[in-house]
Design a protein around this ligand. Structure first.
Ligand SMILES: Cc1ncc(COP(=O)(O)O)c(C=O)c1O
Length: 383
């Protein structure tokens, strides 16, 4: 489908092309010096002790759970209004999830009161997800976690470069997990990063991301080792040099691109203020100390608008829209596994939500195309 305005688009130029060619010319493709540089720059950007690059954010979340010792018999609290990976990562370990509702239509992040409600003697950790790059209520969540002796994992897939009270998202909890999937604010195609200040967790993740081996092919190539032992049951969750090189270039664009996303978001709010749409996070984003990465632009449709009709009308005008998210607990697999979950805010928001196009290279013509398509799409009532 050739969209006039896609949902997301890459900000790639000759510098990404050159970075890939530079890697090819070194003739070293798997995790090595470029990846180490990517990790080091990511860590210093966030002001965190350890950054470990991995294949994607899903495996970062899996490693986060494993490094915290989560497994069979444990429970982890997760939001249902997230990508399914947030919850799948817990199930991979043999633990179970407990779904918590969101704060409400104004803020689509996990509710601290809900976290308290679903804590049981088996609860080991909380995974928060900074929806759209808008921070969860971390101070409150940290207080609950420390009161109950729980660990915190931040699913920061949307939140590269976002911060709260002067501290980057991803470094508030025990472990933060970032995604570099191709529609993310830092795009490498597939890719992810796990960050932590804890030496014990970093050591465990380093082992588990590469088969539990005590040395890497890169170490042997450099003459630092001839052989290896396997000291844990690990995985191949490594990244490669091509993706790391793309990540390094993308990091240099993160600040200006997040600033550009912010301008487009504010322009949307202004241009659509007299429409019947509801804008989550509009007030929260204006609070002192809150700095989003504006990863996506969610809106809520009024009750009398059929979402399918709205999205079809936008499509007919060449505008791609999406839904963030079908709630995890309502997927067939999850309904069978957890049949009695009811989350009123999540269910209501998820049935009204539409995501409009947002990307840093979006120009005025593309923006205007979206704005002009909306009144028409809203005027098509349920037949
Ligand atoms: C909130 C959230 N968590 C986790 C993931 C998984 O990221 P990845 O595709 O890098 O595995 C995504 C990706 O879409 C996401 O949006």
């Amino acid at each position: 489908m050739a969209w006039r305005v896609p949902l997301a688009d890459l900000d790639y130029g000759p510098e990404e092309n050159q970075a890939v060619l530079d890697v090819l010319n070194t003739r070293w493709l798997t995790m090595g010096a470029v990846t180490q540089e990517f990790e080091s720059q990511f860590a210093s950007l966030l002001g965190v002790k350890h950054a470990l690059a991995v294949s994607n954010a899903t495996v970062a979340l899996h490693l986060a759970c494993l490094s915290l010792g989560i497994g069979a018999g444990d429970e982890v609290i997760v939001p249902s209004l997230s990508f399914v990976a947030t919850s799948n990562a817990v199930l991979y370990t043999g633990a179970e999830v407990c779904f918590a509702d969101i704060i409400g239509p104004d803020e689509l992040t996990i509710s601290p009161e809900e976290i308290e409600r679903v804590i049981t003697p088996r609860t080991r950790a909380i995974i928060v997800m900074h929806y759209g790059g808008y921070p969860c209520h971390m101070a409150e969540i940290k207080e609950i976690a420390s009161h109950h002796g729980l660990d915190i994992i931040e699913d920061s897939a949307h939140a590269s470069g976002a911060s709260l009270d002067g501290r980057f998202l991803g470094v508030w909890g025990d472990v933060g997990c970032f995604s570099f999937f191709s529609n993310k604010n830092v795009s490498t195609g597939e890719g992810g990063m796990l960050v932590t200040d804890r030496d014990d967790l970093a050591a465990k993740v380093r082992l588990l991301r590469s088969h539990g081996m005590t040395s890497l092919t890169w170490d042997r190539h450099q003459g630092h080792a001839y052989t290896y032992d396997v000291v844990d049951l690990g995985y191949n969750y490594r990244i490669d040099e091509i993706r790391s090189a793309l990540g390094l270039i993308q990091l240099t664009k993160l600040d200006p691109n997040n600033a550009r996303r912010r301008i487009i978001t504010e322009d949307y709010w202004k241009a659509l203020q007299s429409s019947s749409l509801v804008f989550p996070f509009k007030d929260w984003s204006k609070k002192v100390g809150v700095s989003s990465s504006y990863h996506i632009f969610p809106v809520l449709l009024p009750d009398d608008i059929d979402r399918r009709v709205f999205m079809d009308s936008m499509r007919d005008d060449g505008v791609q829209t999406s839904i963030h998210y079908p709630p995890i607990h309502q997927f067939t697999y999850y309904r069978k596994r957890y049949p009695n979950v009811h989350l009123p805010f999540t269910e209501s928001v998820a049935s009204h939500e539409v995501t409009l196009p947002l990307y840093p290279t979006m120009d005025e013509a593309a923006f205007e195309t979206v704005i002009q398509a909306i009144p028409k799409a809203l005027s098509k009532q349920i037949s």
